[in-house]
Design a binder for this molecule. Structure first.
Ligand SMILES: [Fe+2]
Ligand SMILES: [Fe+2]
Length: 291
């Protein structure tokens, strides 16, 4: 048996006061922080969460990106400190989110790599690792900087590699980890043009026609959802909420995944006056991946 924790959209935040640092898209993100987000993202819950996770015997943490809010040095310092504490419990596997490359300046300075090098895949684009517990992990890069929008993109060279990567670690359950959902619209969320994955249709088709059952883990939409892809039944997708969110319609949470043979049990957690396991409305709870 192996137990994994999927968490995403941690959104560590810092209000920027220096106007020189606001001469880009960060001005928008900072305004959003001042008006709304700082009241909705309770990163002070990190300590209690670490105490809870210590008792769960976890084999690996799968972290879906958006570690920061406007990709400042201070936000990355907070995020790296938290990931460091997770690493003391179990290995951490990370993919970037759009807020980790929020401005072209943060991308140019490679701030994400500077603070999070240790947890990122060696290969950019997409790659396969073997997780403790003998499960294959396919990481797919879907984030890039934009002037205004929050659109994602899979590099074409990564897409071209995917059919071969889907053949790796045959005979094992395979989990895919990315920031953007591959299904643009479900009962639980609608991404829309501005927030969606640019070439998501091509990614979905490549994964769906790859001849391999796959559990695809994403964040970005900040709500829990779980469904079998109606177009490609071999594809199961879970979106996990923003970890520290505190909104009545979007409570914070993470997803526990227990793998036993080819059976996967999905246990969503939310924060409601404390961390608790719930039966989610959009959950299928128990799935079986054939391989
Ligand atoms: Fe996010
Ligand atoms: Fe995002």
């Amino acid at each position: 048996m192996a137990r994994y924790i999927h968490m995403s959209d941690l959104h560590f935040w810092q209000v920027v006061r220096n106007p020189l640092k606001l001469l880009n898209k960060r001005a928008l993100g900072n305004l959003n922080l001042l008006l709304r987000r700082r009241h909705q993202i309770k990163t002070e819950r990190a300590t209690g969460l670490l105490d809870l996770l210590k008792g769960l015997e976890i084999d690996a943490f799968l972290v879906g990106g958006d570690l920061t809010t406007t990709a400042t040095e201070e936000e990355f310092r907070q995020a790296a400190d938290f990931l460091g504490q997770l690493t003391e419990l179990a290995p951490v596997y990370l993919v970037p989110g759009n807020h980790d490359v929020y401005t072209f300046e943060s991308r140019r300075k490679e701030r994400l790599e500077k603070y999070c090098f240790y947890w990122l895949p060696v290969e950019e684009g997409c790659s396969v690792d073997r997780l403790p517990g003998d499960v294959a992990l396919l990481r797919i890069s879907t984030a890039r900087p934009n002037w205004i929008s929050s659109r994602g993109h899979v590099p074409p060279e990564a897409l071209a590699l995917l059919p071969d990567l889907l053949q790796e670690e045959k005979g094992k359950v395979m989990i895919a980890l990315a920031h953007y959902p591959v299904i643009p619209e479900t009962e639980a969320y609608v991404m829309g043009l501005n927030r969606g994955l640019g070439n998501g249709g091509a990614l979905r088709r490549t994964l769906g026609e790859g001849g391999r059952s796959l559990l695809y883990l994403a964040g970005h939409v900040h709500v829990y959802s779980h469904l079998q892809d109606p177009l490609y039944p071999s594809l199961e997708q879970i979106t996990t909420p923003a970890l520290f969110y505190d909104k009545s319609d979007k409570p914070g949470g993470f997803t526990e995944i227990v793998v036993e043979g080819s059976e996967l049990e999905i246990r969503p957690w939310v924060f409601d006056q404390g961390w608790q396991r719930v039966t989610a409305v959009h959950s299928r709870n128990k799935i079986s991946l054939s391989f």
